[in-house]
Design a protein around this ligand. Structure first.
Ligand SMILES: *[C@@H]1O[C@H](CO)[C@@H](O)[C@H](O)[C@H]1NC(C)=O
Ligand SMILES: *[C@@H]1O[C@H](CO)[C@@H](O)[C@H](O)[C@H]1NC(C)=O
Ligand SMILES: *[C@@H]1O[C@H](CO)[C@@H](O)[C@H](O)[C@H]1NC(C)=O
Length: 484
């Protein structure tokens, strides 16, 4: 609910009423994560049009990226903006910092015709085991500071604070025994109490793909939604898929802290399509479609029958070729769309379209590629290839990837091209001591696509108004009304 306070200005009151008016109907929805760690970024306006074309009404950002937020202005799309983990320390240290963050990254956009920011994610998986607790001390203080800053500008009721957690925050062999990791008990108690008093959901990221990928004993069919020969029996309850089992483990963990009814949002869920075994189009489609159908069926889970997650945000919207491959060589291929906004497979998001629709008006670089020069001795090429692949993305070459079978020379060409496109087709970037050459024939082989980069020179979504667009329309209208 909106808090009415004396410092509420008329302008912000109007904007809040307009924002609230469009949101009275609350229902479980499918949204997407829009990550931007890519060498070939689509223009933000192209991405927002892609969201609109696909009727996506909820989007989650990992930062408060001005380009993305400007493009989302007036779109009516509900937005979760993120605060990166490395900002938590400064936000926890002072309300001056949190006031400034809120002003620059929330209030600025919460105006008429602005951005409908619904959530702020304070940190992203800050309790991940591999962070060894480094962000833990900052989470609660940062939450409280940002909350206070939101309250000062009267958005504390409208914009909910959340802390997306990795599913490694809790554990158990059987869902009903679920509990948060012992060292997290205290902070989780504080967190869920804060979320509860604030009317915020618990946000969790669930990845059955990672369970399958990281564990050769994990039953393959249990990761999907088509039924399993490895159902998990938990007292009176039977689990047929990993997603439900994981979800109910969280429900049990929340119950142990006294918040068994807390709404749950799935902040990230998805399946990668390339770069590793088990990451392929068929599996990704089966998982994502199975998940969406399951959630939209409102069946819920054994511990929450009839109550599906409040919202789910697919991970992700687009492939991000600049992501770290530390988690695995599949990491750059989570998109339901490729980096250039082209649907990878048929998917019904349950939002009105039967299948995904591609991005329109994508501005590609010219149709040319860099390949290994066939007339040179390529024995000296290893270092060039290593260097190219240390910067550009070559993960499709890996075992299980879409370009794995293209041979030694194909590998080299792929690496050269990936680098050449990353360098925006700069002529020198195809030199490689004379081992590379530019070609106008698409070297793609079968499923292995040699990409052409996109032109993201105008990274701001603010377009200059063409001299011929608005004035003439007004003049013609004016004329029309004057003769009526
Ligand atoms: C607003 O968010 C952006 C992107 O996350 C960040 O770079 C910037 O520092 C933030 N502003 C403030 C005042 O913290
Ligand atoms: C795709 O991945 C799934 C598991 O994720 C695997 O069962 C299937 O065999 C793979 N399909 C292909 C064509 O590699
Ligand atoms: C091509 O590169 C991949 C990834 O490094 C490797 O697995 C594969 O064996 C290479 N192919 C040839 C023929 O060298």
């Amino acid at each position: 609910m909106i808090e009415f306070r004396p410092r509420f200005t008329a302008a912000s009151l109007i904007s809040v009423i307009l924002l609230v008016g469009s949101s009275l109907k609350a229902e479980s929805a499918v949204g997407v994560n829009w990550g931007t760690l890519s060498f070939h970024k689509l223009k933000p306006s192209t991405v927002v049009n892609l969201l609109k074309t696909n009727r996506v009404t909820k989007v989650k950002l990992f930062e408060a990226d001005p380009g993305a937020l400007e493009a989302l202005m007036g779109s009516g799309i509900q937005v979760m903006v993120g605060i990166p983990n490395d900002m938590l320390a400064s936000l926890s240290a002072s309300t001056v910092a949190s006031d400034l963050w809120v002003r620059q990254n929330v209030s600025r956009y919460m105006v008429k015709g602005g951005v409908d920011i619904r959530y702020v994610a304070v940190g992203n998986e800050p309790f991940l085991s591999s962070y060894s607790g480094q962000y833990e001390p900052y989470v609660m203080p940062a939450l409280l500071n940002v909350q206070q800053s939101l309250a000062k500008v009267n958005f504390a009721g409208y914009v909910k604070l959340v802390v997306p957690c990795n599913a490694d925050a809790y554990e158990s062999t059987l869902p009903s025994q679920g509990a948060f990791r012992p060292e997290l008990t205290q902070i989780m108690t504080e967190l869920v109490s804060f979320l509860n008093s604030n009317g915020s959901p618990f946000v969790v990221n669930i990845y059955p793909f990672l369970s399958l990928y990281g564990n050769s004993d994990f039953p393959q069919d249990y990761a999907f939604f088509e039924g399993t020969t490895h159902a998990v029996t938990d007292g009176p309850n039977v689990y047929y898929n990993a997603f439900d089992g994981n979800f109910d483990t969280l429900v049990a963990a929340l119950s142990k802290l006294g918040y068994g009814q807390m709404p749950i949002v799935i902040g990230e869920v998805g399946w990668p399509t390339d770069g590793a075994i088990g990451a392929n189009l068929t599996a990704a489609r089966a998982f994502n479609q199975g998940l969406i159908n399951h959630v939209l069926s409102n069946k819920g889970t054994p511990l929450r029958p009839g109550i599906p997650p409040m919202d789910i945000y697919l991970f992700g919207l687009l492939d991000e070729g600049a992501k770290s491959v530390l988690p695995g060589t599949f990491e750059r291929h989570w998109g339901i769309f490729s980096f250039d906004g082209q649907a990878k497979y048929s998917l019904n998001l349950g939002l009105g379209n039967r299948r995904l629709k591609n991005a329109k008006n994508v501005q590609y670089l010219p149709s040319r590629w860099c390949v290994a020069n066939p007339s040179t001795d390529l024995s000296e090429v290893t270092n060039h290839m290593k260097l190219a692949c240390s910067v550009a993305d070559c993960t499709t070459l890996n075992y299980g990837g879409s370009c794995n079978g293209i041979g030694a020379k194909g590998n080299i060409s792929y690496a050269f091209n990936s680098y050449y496109q990353l360098r925006k087709q700069n002529a020198q970037s195809c030199d490689f001591d004379g081992l590379g050459m530019v070609t106008y024939l698409d070297p793609s082989i079968g499923e292995c696509r040699f990409l052409v980069g996109v032109n993201d020179v105008s990274s701001s979504s603010f377009q200059p108004v063409c001299w011929w667009s608005i004035p003439w329309v007004l003049i013609i209208w004016g004329f029309w009304f004057s003769v009526m």
